[in-house]
Design a protein around this ligand. Structure first.
Ligand code: ADP
Ligand code: MG
Length: 234
């Protein structure tokens, strides 16, 4: 796997929105705000030393359950930017059904995201599944906390009434530019409609800030904070 991340590279940063939480300059600043186990997983187990720019800005925003559109170049750690606060907000397993839903454009990206969630939540009692690998057993979705999926697979289960998303309090549309380019807007629409919980936090992450992604954000997000790292496509 190519590590494109360069911690030395400082990109231009733009943040828009109202009541923007302060960014964190180190993971240690999260002490007391996220479970100690998650902090240990980040710093000791995985060994990330400093948060990337998108992580500095996004983690405090999602810890406060704010809608967000996050745009940063490929390889700058967008997965952990949402995985760390999601795991921390959910804290432990509840038999409430799916509480966080991550939609990725491809099976490969969904699997990578699944592995990152597993590493970050090691030692935390959360049930996380990737819908790419396995067939969903009847009632299984009622006993998971986090579902990571591709659009088509999820819509298949929604249409067969095999999955209930009314309990979801967080929805992430990851790699939103790819989701759009691959023609998944109709599926995204069905997924949004299936997430009926009025208290849901919605997030959109993208490598490029293309017009359709902005449009999606405008229609989908409520009072969002927009974080753009790097040079946006105009
Ligand atoms: P993106 O979604 O922005 O393309 P990823 O989330 O896939 O990026 O992360 C790219 C790589 O950077 C992964 O190998 C990930 O483990 C690594 N990474 C993420 N956050 C950090 C960090 N804070 N420090 C060092 N490496 C990191
Ligand atoms: Mg990504």
């Amino acid at each position: 796997l190519l590590k494109m991340l360069s911690q030395d590279q400082i990109f231009k940063k733009l943040v828009y929105g109202v009541d923007i939480p302060d960014p964190i300059e180190s993971f240690e600043k999260l002490t007391g705000k996220i479970p100690k186990q998650v902090l240990d997983n980040i710093l000791i187990d995985i060994g990330y030393q400093t948060p990337t720019q998108i992580q500095m800005q996004t983690i405090p925003i999602l810890l406060k359950d704010r809608d967000i559109i996050g745009c940063a170049p490929t390889g700058t750690g967008k997965t952990a930017a949402f995985a760390i606060p999601i795991i921390s907000n959910l804290k432990f397993h509840k038999k409430q059904g799916c509480r966080a839903l991550i939609v990725s454009p491809t099976k490969e990206l969904a699997s990578q995201t699944f592995r990152e969630f597993q590493a970050l939540s090691k030692g935390i009692n959360l049930k996380i599944i990737a819908l790419t690998k396995k067939i969903l057993q009847p009632k299984e979705s009622e006993n998971v906390d986090i579902i990571i999926t591709t659009p088509l697979r999820l819509v298949y289960y929604i249409q067969n009434n095999q999955i209930n998303l009314s309990s979801a309090t967080c929805l992430v549309l990851d790699e939103a530019d790819k989701l759009f380019e691959m023609g998944f807007l109709p599926q995204i629409d069905k997924i949004l409609n299936a997430c009926t919980n009025s208290k849901i936090t919605r997030c959109l992450f993208s490598a490029t800030m293309i017009k359709p992604v902005e449009d999606m954000a405008l229609t989908v997000l409520r009072n969002p904070i927009k974080v753009v790292i790097g040079i946006p496509n105009i």
